[in-house]
Each structure stands twice: as C-alpha cells, then as structure tokens.
Design a protein around this ligand. Structure first.
Ligand code: EPU
Length: 431
C-alpha cells in the first residue's frame, strides 16, 4: 500500500500553480455526450476522478486524444447507445451526470449509482428525479440502478428545487440543453463550476442564462456543435494550499486562481490573522503570527464551502481559543476528527457542530484518509505537526488533488509517497 510520509513542522514558502477544477471537469466531460463534433478541452486536472469519467466515455465509444498533459480532444459523435459498465460508474459519484447527458442526447439512460457513501448518510437524488420527471421522463431507481426514459424528446419545465443541490442543478441543465422549449430551474446552486458548465454549453451552441444566480433558464436547442473550452481553476484545491500555508506559517503564492471564488475562504483566514494579498490571478498568503479563533458555518456558494470544512477545521485546531464549526450541507462530515485526535487535536462533535479547542501543536501519528477532503485535512495536519505523520488511504486524496506531493515539496514540505506492506482492504468510498 502506498502512503504519504510527512516530516512536519516546516514552513511552506514559494509558489504553487492550481490545476483545473475537479467538480467542473466531472460535469463538463460527460456534457460532451450532448455535442455533435469534437471538443478540445483545456486545463483538465490529472486526477483519478477525471480518468474514471474519461474511461467511461471511452468505453461508450467516445474518441479521446491526449493533446498534452491537460488538454484532450473528445468526440462523442459516434456514440449511439446510452450504456456504460456499471462497475466503472459505481466508483464515481459524478457518474450521475451521465443520466442528464444521456437522457438529453438519447432519450434514455441506465446508470448505476455509487455504492458507498463516505459522509452525509444517504446521498439522495430525489431532486434530480423530480426535475427529469417534470421534463417528461419516467424514472425508476431500483437496486442502485437509475433507469430513465422518455418516449420522444424531453420538454422544458419549471422546476423548483427543494434544496440547493449542485448535482441536481447540473444534471437538469444537461437534460434541458437539447429539450424542446424552456426549462427554468429555481433555487439553483450558484457554485463556480455551475457557471463553468453553462459557459461550456453556451460555447458549443446552447442557450443557458442566469448561471451563477439562483434562477437558471435554459432554452432548448436542436443540437450542439464542437469547439474549444478551458476549465476554471479549482477553488477547493487553491483553498487547501491556502489552509496549508496558514497551518504551517510561511509565505505562499497560489497561482492560476480566480480570487473572487476564494473570497469566502480568504475572508475567514484574515479573521484568523493571516495576511492575504489578492492579485489578478493569484493570491498571496503570509502567516507569521499566531492564529486567532473564529466560527465557521458551511453553506452553498457564495457561503463557506463544505469541501473546505475539514481543512479549515484543521487550521483552527492550531488557533488560540475555542472555535465553533457548523456543517450546513452534509449530515456527517466529521469522520476525520478521530484521526486528528490521534495527533493531539481537541475537537468535540455534536451533530453538525464541532467545538475546537486550539492546541499549541499537533504531534505526528499514523492516520487514515477516510474521504477526499478528510485526506486533505490529514495532509495539512501532518505538515503542521511536530514529528512524522504517516497517511493511509491516499487514493481518496488522489481523486481530487493533482501532483499533491510534488506541489507541496516545491513549497519546501518534507512529504513523500512510499510503498509499504499491505493492510486489510477497506471498502471503496466515493467523493
Ligand atoms: N440533496 C438532496 N436531494 C438531492 C440532492 C441533494 O436532499 O436530490 C441534499 C444532499 O443530501 C446535501 C445537499 O442537498 O445535503 C447538497 O448536495 P449536492 O447535491 O449539492 O451535492 P453533490 O452534487 O452530490 C457536489 C460535490 C461535492 C460537494 C457538494 C456540495 C461534485 C461531484 N460533488 O456534490 O464535492 O460537497 O456538491 O457543495 O460536484 C468534494 O469535491 O469533495 C465533494 C464531495
């Protein structure tokens, strides 16, 4: 088994370049199913979630050519059947985007849902189903398989989401693009990757308006044409390096970012006494003094992102005083707390709230990543801790962080990937 070994307690200094956004890439790649013609997509992050999505399309019959490390030509024009292997789809949460894309293109979709669940209890798709049904599809969810079908073409509909859901907003946009007439999605999510998907679709000939607000209007078009598109930088990857620099101290410039997308994260770090300088497409973080306590509540964008909650909570473990973190999106996203406790962190969780008593230092230990962002929190803890930290379960981290070891080493971290004897296997989980 491969693990990360970190000799912590070193400041981070220097520059790090952020990759393309995972959660935009895993929506835009299946969106190519809707396009008649080749798409050149740039700034694709090299992470395992993206590889899995590309493998699914390839298995369906897409032509995929690698232009360079981050650019691919993808052509789905020749695909005629709306089927992929369940085994591959089960390993990736975002495979549910295939439902909207396949329904929109072929009027039919059979997709298996991810089997495991690493936080949030059951991760429901009722809002996706509600929207597809309103657009004229019959949808059946049985034994983890979603079968959706429409007799003709989907039609536009007015859909009011009961909860703000990133996945449902994206899936309904995908289904609506080639539907007959106008679809209105109300109470839509506003995350940067939703705007990115809308921009991608529009640059291929779609008519999607209002993305980034809570009402998205999609006027169906007859077909989409090929073109070029570059994926936005990853807000959460950037936030993770920012949090790492805050935890270790030092002076780090995070390059290739959209600073506006980071406001909710950098604002909190400023409250904690971290210096933040915003540039056109970079943010500089300097932390010399001790960290101050604060309170955080995660919320849909533009609120503080749930996908940064484990990382910022790790930083708060090292702040003076008591901080309160409230998870406003998922029911149970505190599994990493037991791992940090092994390093001396003092966190009490009750329901969706964590009370964090800052400590002077964390101490290295052997810990496990239990999901992607929990894994990022483990890395931050290891970088800041005294002594050696060994992190298991790194495949979760590599689902969403491109070249994390190399990027951290370039900032002066002592982190390496090592092969160690196997331990009993744990169940595959999803992000
Ligand atoms: N929800 C419902 N019904 C639905 C859909 C969602 O009740 O039909 C609830 C969920 O239970 C949750 C809330 O709505 O309480 C938000 O869920 P959402 O649908 O927004 O989450 P998601 O689309 O499954 C995406 C990201 C997650 C991120 C969430 C929230 C992708 C592939 N995943 O998940 O990212 O936490 O939005 O921002 O885009 C990660 O990157 O680490 C990650 C887990």
């Amino acid at each position: 088994m491969t693990k990360y070994v970190i000799n912590g307690g070193r400041e981070l200094n220097g520059e790090v370049t952020i990759s393309g956004a995972k959660n935009a890439a895993v929506a835009i790649i299946p969106a190519v199913l809707l396009v008649n013609g080749p798409c050149r997509i740039e700034n694709i992050p090299q992470i395992s979630d993206v590889t899995m999505m590309l493998n699914i399309l390839q298995e369906m019959g897409a032509e995929i050519k690698t232009v360079n490390k981050h650019t691919m030509d993808i052509d789905c024009s020749a695909i005629t059947q709306a089927e992929a292997t369940f085994d591959m789809m089960r390993r990736l949460r975002a495979s549910y985007y295939l439902i909207g894309a396949m329904l929109g293109r072929y009027g039919k979709a059979t997709v298996s849902m991810p089997g495991g669940c690493n936080f949030g209890g059951v991760r429901p798709i009722d809002q996706h189903v509600k929207g597809f049904t309103a657009m004229g599809a019959s949808v059946e969810v049985k034994n983890g398989i979603v079968c959706a079908e429409t007799s003709g073409r989907l039609h536009g509909a007015n859909i009011l989401l009961d909860v703000v859901s990133v996945g449902a907003t994206i899936n309904l946009m995908l289904a609506a693009v080639l539907a007959k007439g106008k679809t209105v999605i109300e109470n839509a999510a506003r995350e940067p990757h939703i705007v990115d998907l809308a921009n991608f679709l529009n640059s291929m000939g779609a008519d999607v308006r209002g993305a980034g607000t809570n009402v998205i209007k999609v006027n169906g078009v007859s077909h989409l044409h090929g073109g070029f598109y570059s994926i936005i930088p990853d807000q959460i990857e950037a936030g993770t390096y920012i949090a790492a620099a805050a935890a270790t101290g030092g002076d780090v410039t995070v390059k290739n970012v959209i600073p506006k997308h980071l406001d909710c994260i950098t604002g909190k770090l400023q409250e904690m006494g971290v210096e933040v300088t915003e540039m056109d497409d970079a943010v500089r973080i300097v932390r010399r003094d001790s960290l101050k306590r604060t309170n955080i509540k995660t919320m849909p964008y533009p609120g503080f992102p749930t996908d940064m909650q484990p990382q910022i909570s790790t930083v708060l473990c090292l702040a003076e005083g008591t901080s309160v973190v409230t998870e406003g999106v998922w029911d149970n996203r505190y599994k990493y707390v037991d791992e940090l406790a092994k390093m001396g962190a003092r966190i009490q969780v009750s329901g969706r709230t964590a009370i964090i008593e800052g400590v002077d230092a964390l101490t290295g230990a052997t810990i496990k990543a239990c999901d992607l962002r929990a894994g990022a929190a483990c890395v931050i803890a290891g970088l800041a801790a005294r002594g050696t930290t060994m992190i298991e379960g790194i495949s979760y981290i590599e689902r969403g962080y491109e070249d994390i070891v190399e990027k951290l080493r370039s900032l002066g971290a002592d982190i390496r990937c090592v092969d160690m004897p196997d331990e009993p296997q744990r169940q595959e989980q999803v992000s």
